[in-house]
Design a protein around this ligand. Structure first.
Ligand code: PSV
Ligand code: MN
Ligand code: MN
Length: 390
């Protein structure tokens, strides 16, 4: 690789920003058990303290996503200032209309207008919070759906969803975006109201330019070609964000790149090919993971590193050679070019990038040596649960 090409790869890696979720720092688990860990944050402020450690060691994670009400505070501007003092900014505000009894039959698609109103009020509150936090993105995931055929009218629920989304979209400022996440199933098991990228895309298309789709890598049927979805949405200008995590079975929320690093590479290759790594592409690379048994901060660090390594491999693909092989119909040659990049050990390259950013060549070792884990275990007693999995 020429020096110029290498410099371009490094520059792309340097400018990538990986957004970490506040809830990844708190206690979480499965619906069977939450294994509480020593030293987990007792309040959003402490989640930011932990996120700052992740950023200090990796150099590429300066943005933290919030989840409301899990991160409810009296003064969001003060929270943003606190983040700023630690070299962080606040990222997407994730709304939560899935944890109250009223939402048993849905939130914005609920048959009762009073429940719909309540859900919409919460979404509007999130938009107000974005003003104070300086967040660009409102991220919406709806657990809405039905468990049995005939339980509710599928089309009417789409009408209600559309009505709520357009009211929220209207409320957003010119620099703010609505990011609509989809998920195949769970908690609804018969018909989810936003089950797939097509549904999300169709709603976003109607809403307008600042409505985009979020691809959570854990939200598809097994075997789904996620990189195809990514390529398609990017081509249409409708990819807004990722919720990155790994899955073996369903929405496992394991560390990004842990279960299938090849899939993460293929996704990142399509992101790169579609211009999604350009700083002005506006793609938010967020993690959405929930650590059940592994320690929090190192698990987030590991995910950040995995995303970076997949990105580095994607950047190493020789695009010209690949295009030539594709034009020539050289099936094996083209596949070989992609595999060459995937099989490259990029760890030294990424370590160089970190060093140039003033971070650590080996973030996990640096974190272990920093004494932070021992300090928070001693200082924080009674850490918060992330908000689900009780
Ligand atoms: C739903 O499964 C989801 O992926 C949404 O992004 C939620 O906001 C998030 O999980 C909570 O972890
Ligand atoms: Mn998600
Ligand atoms: Mn999920």
């Amino acid at each position: 690789m020429s020096e110029q090409a290498l410099a371009a790869v490094k520059s792309a890696l340097t400018s990538q920003r990986i957004e970490t979720p506040s809830w990844a720092y708190a206690n979480s688990g499965t619906r069977f058990k939450v294994f509480a860990q020593p030293g987990v944050p007792r309040a959003p402020w402490e989640k930011l303290d932990d996120a700052a450690r992740v950023h200090a060691h990796t150099g590429v994670a300066p943005v933290v996503a919030l989840h409301i009400p899990w991160d409810r505070v009296d003064d969001y501007a003060a929270l943003a200032a606190y983040a700023g003092e630690r070299g962080l900014t606040l990222g997407a505000v994730n709304a939560n209309v899935f944890q109250e009894d009223d939402y048993k039959l849905g939130s914005v698609t609920h048959p009762d207008p009073a429940v719909r109103r309540k859900a919409l009020d919460h979404l509007m509150e999130c938009v107000a919070i974005m003003g104070a936090t300086g967040s660009r993105d409102l991220k919406l995931w709806f657990s809405d759906g039905t468990n049995y055929p005939g339980q509710d009218d599928i089309r009417a629920r789409q009408d209600r969803l559309e009505e709520a989304l357009s009211a929220v979209y209207e409320r957003l400022g010119d620099d703010q975006r609505l990011i609509l996440e989809y998920k195949l199933f769970e908690p609804a098991f018969y018909a989810t109201d936003v089950p797939d990228w097509g549904t999300s895309y169709a709603h976003c298309l109607k809403l307008g330019e600042r409505a985009k789709v979020c691809v959570d890598t854990g939200h598809h049927a097994p075997g789904t070609n996620i990189e195809f979805i990514v390529a398609f949405l990017l081509r249409e200008g409708k990819l807004g964000a990722f919720d990155l995590n790994s899955r073996f079975y369903a929405d496992d929320d394991l560390m990004a790149g842990a279960a299938d690093p090849f899939q993460l590479f293929r996704i990142m290759y399509e992101v790169r090919a579609g211009g999604g790594l350009e700083p002005d592409a506006g793609i938010a690379f967020m993690l959405d993971q929930c650590h059940n048994i592994e320690p929090k901060v190192p698990a987030v660090i590991r995910s950040v590193m995995n995303v970076q390594e997949a990105t580095a491999k994607a950047l190493l693909v020789d695009r010209e050679a690949l295009a030539a092989a594709q034009r020539a119909g050289d099936v094996l040659g083209a596949n070989g070019i992609l595999m060459d990049a995937f099989q490259t050990d990029v760890r030294p390259l990424v370590a160089d990038v970190r060093e140039e950013l003033g971070a650590d060549r080996d973030p996990l070792a640096a974190y272990a040596a920093s004494g932070w884990a021992e300090r928070i275990a001693a200082e924080r007693v009674g850490g918060e649960q992330a908000g689900w999995g009780a």
